[in-house]
Design a protein around this ligand. Sequence first.
Ligand code: GRF
Length: 198
Amino acid sequence: MTCRLGILLSGRGSNFEAIAAAIESGDLPNAQIAVVLSNKPEARGLETAKQKNIDTAVISSDTEILDALRKHRVDLVILAGYNRILSTELVNAYAQRMLNIHPSLLPAYGGKNMVGARVHQAVIAAAEKTSGCTVHLVTADVDAGPILGQASVDVDPGDTPETLAQKILQQEHALYPRVIRDYIQQLALLEKLPHASV
Ligand code: GRF
């Protein structure tokens, strides 16, 4: 059984690379990447996908995203550094089948304006001792869907938003493939993967 992933990204794409590497190494054996979509033509992740001979498309609206996901028979949508908030229509079309990764221990430091360096600045300003990352299901409320997995890191006295982001990113790369693998297994048991091939 192989679950067809559709990756949405806007930039660097290091989480996408970690997922692709996990598939290649056999750590994520129940998935394949059907397509990588980006709203930014210059996204490095698009270039990486092309080098790996994965289908890509640059999209500018949620209608186009939905068309592309359907055309590529995507079972599970993976947001990997996608910087736009998706319409309720799109979120509902992939209800229970869309995952996101966020660089904090949700529900702390989540929500509409909590993106990129802002998250880590806020964590440091609040003198938190711990931060981390969260993989969650995407629902209409930003960063508020059911949590599927988390990993934590220590916030050290000398940490800057950059060093903290880097530490957390390393955890993201391990966490995301693992949570995807486990979630696919759950979906498969529930027989909710219409496009998956045996
Ligand atoms: C990650 O920190 C992720 O948590 C957030 O956006 C960043 C994406 O990084 N949603 P990359 O493009 O995967 O390198």
